[in-house]
Design a protein around this ligand. Structure first.
Ligand SMILES: C[S@@+](CC[C@H](N)C(=O)[O-])C[C@H]1O[C@@H](n2cnc3c(N)ncnc32)[C@H](O)[C@@H]1O
Length: 243
């Protein structure tokens, strides 16, 4: 049976003519069909996503941008069954890997989407609809001429703030000094709408870890410093002069 959600949820059977992998690969179709309730497709989606339709309930919604191998998403979704999670991942191999991890665990409160996060958030996430964004170790694009590709830049931060509910949060981690400086610069410019708060370690963070993601574990082994930041969206914007 097809789910009638505007965002297509792949049905769990072998007859999936609606299924289209973005890279057109047959392999992906075979790998995903058993976990069709996990993988989302933007096919047929017009306008914004209705999270209550996607998850079949009204619950807090957390979105992770750039899930990688999904260590955060899977562990946090298991630890917080009262919350719904959406992971957005561009790389097909990671996307498939995470769908498989979620599917094998039978988690019902987490979905994976293969998409370009800025475009998806801009076009398909409604203002005031998200409780928390997690952005852990976003690609740093170290060359100066590539900085415009960084996810945490002013235009995308405006989208995140707009899509958050009042009191919603943004949680960020990076190992990259220069990127962290940019993050501080762009978030400092929004302190009329964002209140800095303490970074909350997720359930999967072990002793000595801040996020417990695969990249953090790799960077800890390389003795790199990890930077975190977290913000709460103010219910009412404060005048910049009074800060
Ligand atoms: C450095 S990895 C970090 C992965 C994971 N968060 C971790 O900490 O282990 C960055 C991830 O973001 C994904 N990514 C990069 N640009 C993206 C985009 N525009 N939309 C969605 N995902 C993206 C990459 O494919 C990659 O998996």
């Amino acid at each position: 049976m097809m789910n009638t959600c505007r965002l297509l949820i792949h049905p769990i059977n072998n007859d999936t003519p609606e299924f289209r992998c973005s890279d057109g690969s047959e392999t992906m179709r075979k790998e995903l069909h058993n976990y069709g309730n996990v993988a989302l497709s933007l096919e047929n989606l017009q306008g914004t996503l209705d999270f209550s339709q996607v998850f079949g309930r009204c619950a807090p919604v957390h979105i992770e941008v750039g899930s990688g191998k999904g260590a955060f998403l899977v562990t946090e979704a298991q630890a917080r069954p009262e919350t719904d999670f959406l992971g957005i991942e561009w790389a097909s191999k990671y996307y498939r890997y995470v769908v498989d991890r979620i599917g094998r665990r039978g988690l019902t409160n987490v979905r994976m989407l293969r998409a370009d996060a800025p475009a998806f958030l801009r076009d398909h996430v409604a203002p005031g609809s998200v409780d928390c964004f997690h952005v852990y170790f976003p690609d740093p694009w170290p060359k100066k001429r590539h900085h415009k590709r960084r996810f945490l830049q002013a235009a995308n931060l405006e989208i995140l703030i707009d899509r958050l509910k009042p009191e919603g949060q943004i949680r960020i981690a990076t190992d990259h000094e220069d990127y962290f400086q940019q993050i501080e610069d762009v978030t400092n410019a929004c302190l009329d709408r964002l209140e800095p708060i303490e970074f909350a370690r997720p359930a999967g963070a072990l002793d000595g870890e801040l996020t417990g993601t695969n990249y953090e574990r790799k960077y800890i082994k390389e003795s790199r410093s990890i930077h975190t930041a977290a913000f709460r969206k103010r219910s009412v914007a404060v005048a910049r002069e009074t800060r």
